[in-house]
Structures are given as structure tokens and as C-alpha cells.
Design a protein around this ligand. Structure first.
Ligand code: GLA
Length: 410
């Protein structure tokens, strides 16, 4: 069996194919080279699922896959009166060029599809009181779409980084720790997706060689060393290619259930419930599904902290059982897995992974497995064979090392 096991550790150093495609796309489209090129990555979440909107803890890391934006301020002739200002955006992936002006950017939902994430960033910045310069953008990306690897957050983060830089909003005027909330606002308020703050934080704040331990209430971060290569380990990412089923409705339903449960328990968010108080809290809840949703969130927050404790002392292999317990909790208590991801996790463990879990919002998407670097092919083969047995379409694989967050690359 030939497995397309890509080396996710090699970063696009700035002259790699995606960067070049965005740069060349700009030049072809607009006839001049761009003023600059910016990039922001997709992410996998090591552990801490559906905890972000409960004010809890998450531990994502940035992928080598990135969305790249080549951009320039609009030509002087286009620098019309502020109300007429406009943005022109070409996307290699869709093959489309779209244009919108301030009126569109100020009306959430007026631009839809992928363009809504771009217009949403302009809207969120303007709503927060920042002037956004008219600009021309060309976008290319190798973040897989629809695989739960945060392609939308990568797009928002890349556009936000480009537009703020072009507009002279350096980190002194718009600190990096305030940027994820603006990107999230673009997604919640303009594109209408009720996500938490994890993906945008990962895409903007991650550091190479580290996982990002984020407190989703205080927005404090700790860059936790996660040097897989030095430990002879790899994270194998399996794109299960399971069709996303009812994702947005189910995501919103889980979020609503958590908020309702917090209300019943008299706390602002489930983050408040310590794991030691869980049995007493569960006794106060009215039905079994609500109890299981709460149990997932409370135990998952606890697992994130335990994972961080192990990583701080370099005991990477030992996080395996926590990853696998997280998966069981998502499957049995939060009920967000599907047969394809459960089969991939079981097979990865049978193939020798230290731990494995679905990553991201659920109902499809990707599974990650912590493996010895030299066992990645074997684990992938075991997952591939299990898929064939079940008659599922073949999954795809790559190994990923933690990469850097959003940055200017040219
Ligand atoms: C999606 C959302 C995130 C987070 C995860 C689940 O990726 O965008 O905010 O809630 O699901 O952990």
C-alpha cells in the first residue's frame, strides 16, 4: 500500500510553493509585485476539546500548513473617500476574485463564502475602532479545507496580520494577545460561526517547537516545550475524510447545553467546576445527556493541565493515555465522534501509538496519534488497513512538528 505520508516538519521558509503562488498570483492579477507577504498556519489541538467556549484550557500547536496573503495598499486612484474604500481579493483555491467596500464590510453577512472571513476581519477591526486601509490581496493556502485543521482561522489570521501591518498597526498599537479575539469576532459576528477562541489563538500566538497552553478566560498563554524530534517522536495526523455531518448545528447544540448546565450549576462557565467537585455537580443536573456533557468538559480541562504538567518535565510519551482518555470522553460523553474517527483511533493504538484522539470540533475531521517517529509508517498502515476492512474511503496522513504562528515573511 502506498501511503501519502508527507513530512509536515519541513516549513515553508518563505520561498516555498505556497508563498510563491500567493506572490506570483498577486503579480499576475494586479501587474505589480506585492508590498509584502504574510502567512498564518492551521493547527491541531493536542488536547482540550470544546473547552474554549467554557472559559477553560486548550493546548494546540501550529501546523506547517499555512495560508499566505500577498498584499499592497490600493493604488492611489483607488484610495477614494473613506466611504468608498475597497478591498480586492483573489483566492487561488476558489479561482475567484471578489471586491467589497466599506458598506459591505460594515454589514455582517453581506459578503459570503470564503470572502466573508476576509470582510469579517475588516469589519471586526473597524468595529474595534481601527482604520483599515484599502488594499489588494492574493491568497494561496495549503491548509486542507474541511478537515478540521482551522483553515478559516488561518485565513482570518493571515488577513488580519497583513492588513494591520499595511495599516501601520504594529504590536505596539494592536498587541498580539488582542488579535485572536478580533479574528474570532470576524468569524462569530460576520461569518456567523459560533466558534471559541482556540483556533485563532493558535494561528496567531503559537511558537515553533512548543504547544500553546491557553487559558481561554484570562487569555494568558504559556509556550510549553514540545520537542517531538528530540524525543524521537512524531504526531501522526490522519485526515479521516469522514464527511462532516451536521457540524454547525451539533456544535451550537453542545455549546448551548454547556451554557445551560453552567446556569443550572450557578456558575458563569463550566470552567468553574473543579474536577474534585464533579460528583456533587453531576447530582444537581436534571438529565443524563447534560451530566455527560458536563463530565466531558470538567475532565477535559483536568486532562489539559495534567498534559501540561508532563510536558513541562519533558515526559512526552506519558501523555499518551491522556490523549486516549480525551477521545473516549468525546465519544461517550460529549458524543461528537463518528465511526471513521473511532476506527482510526482504535487502529492507531493497535498499531503502537502511545495515544490517539480526534482533534477539532468533531463529527469528522482529523485524528492525531503520538508515535515513535520511526513507527509512523507502520501506524499509518494499520489505520489504512482498518479503513479498508470497514469499506471507508482511504484516509490521508502527514506527520507534524509544532511550527510558528502568523508572521510577515517578505
Ligand atoms: C472548533 C472551534 C474551536 C473549538 C473546537 C473544539 O475548532 O472553532 O473554537 O471550540 O472546535 O475544541
Amino acid at each position: 500500500m502506498t501511503l501519502p505520508l508527507a513530512d509536515g516538519g519541513a516549513r515553508d521558509s518563505g520561498a516555498g510553493p505556497v508563498t510563491r503562488r500567493a506572490h506570483d498570483g498577486f503579480r499576475q492579477r494586479y501587474g505589480v509585485p506585492p508590498a509584502g507577504v504574510w502567512a498564518a498556519p492551521g493547527r491541531v489541538n493536542l488536547i482540550g476539546e470544546h473547552t474554549d467556549y467554557n472559559d477553560g484550557f486548550v493546548l494546540p500547536f501550529a501546523l506547517p500548513h499555512r495560508t499566505v496573503v500577498a498584499a499592497s495598499l490600493a493604488e492611489p486612484a483607488e484610495q477614494a473617500a473613506p466611504a468608498e474604500q475597497g478591498w480586492t481579493v483573489w483566492s487561488e483555491q476558489s479561482g475567484e476574485e471578489i471586491a467589497f467596500n466599506t458598506a459591505d464590510a460594515d454589514r455582517p453577512g453581506a459578503v459570503d463564502g470564503w470572502g466573508g472571513y476576509v470582510a469579517g476581519v475588516v469589519w471586526a477591526l473597524r468595529e474595534a475602532g481601527y482604520a483599515v486601509p484599502a488594499a489588494r490581496l492574493a491568497i494561496a493556502s495549503d491548509v486542507p479545507l474541511g478537515a478540521g485543521l482551522s483553515s478559516s482561522a488561518a485565513l482570518e489570521a493571515a488577513v488580519l496580520t497583513a492588513l494591520t501591518d499595511l495599516g501601520g498597526l504594529g504590536p505596539d498599537r494592536l498587541p498580539v494577545d488582542r488579535r485572536p479575539a478580533l479574528a474570532q469576532r470576524a468569524e462569530n459576528g460576520y461569518a456567523g460561526v459560533p466558534c471559541g477562541i482556540m483556533d485563532q489563538s493558535a494561528s496567531i500566538r503559537c511558537r515553533a517547537g512548543h504547544a500553546l497552553f491557553l487559558d481561554c478566560r484570562s487569555l494568558d498563554v504559556e509556550h510549553v516545550p514540545f520537542d517531538l524530534a528530540a524525543a524521537g517522536l512524531a504526531v501522526l495526523v490522519v485526515d479521516t475524510r469522514a464527511p462532516h455531518r451536521h457540524v454547525s448545528g451539533e456544535y451550537a447544540a453542545r455549546r448551548a447545553a454547556c451554557e445551560r448546565a453552567a446556569g443550572l450549576l450557578g456558575v458563569p462557565a463550566l470552567r468553574e467546576v473543579p474536577v474534585d467537585d464533579l460528583p456533587a455537580a453531576l447530582d444537581r443536573l436534571p438529565d443524563d445527556p447534560t451530566r455527560r456533557r458536563v463530565r466531558h468538559v470538567v475532565t477535559e480541562n483536568h486532562r489539559v493541565r495534567e498534559t501540561v504538567t508532563l510536558l513541562r518535565s519533558g515526559r512526552i510519551r506519558e501523555i499518551g493515555p491522556l490523549l486516549t482518555a480525551s477521545h473516549a470522553s468525546m465519544r461517550d460523553d460529549f458524543e461528537i465522534t463518528v465511526p471513521e474517527v473511532d476506527v482510526a483511533v482504535t487502529a492507531a493504538l493497535a498499531g503502537g501509538a502511545y495515544g490517539a484522539r480526534m482533534t477539532g470540533g468533531g463529527f469528522g475531521g482529523c485524528v492525531l496519534a503520538l508515535v515513535d517517529a520511526d513507527a509512523a509508517d507502520r501506524v499509518a498502515a494499520t489505520v489504512g488497513a482498518a479503513y479498508a476492512e470497514h469499506g471507508f474511503p482511504p484516509p490521508t496522513f502527514f506527520t507534524a512538528l509544532p511550527c510558528t504562528g502568523a508572521e510577515r515573511i517578505h
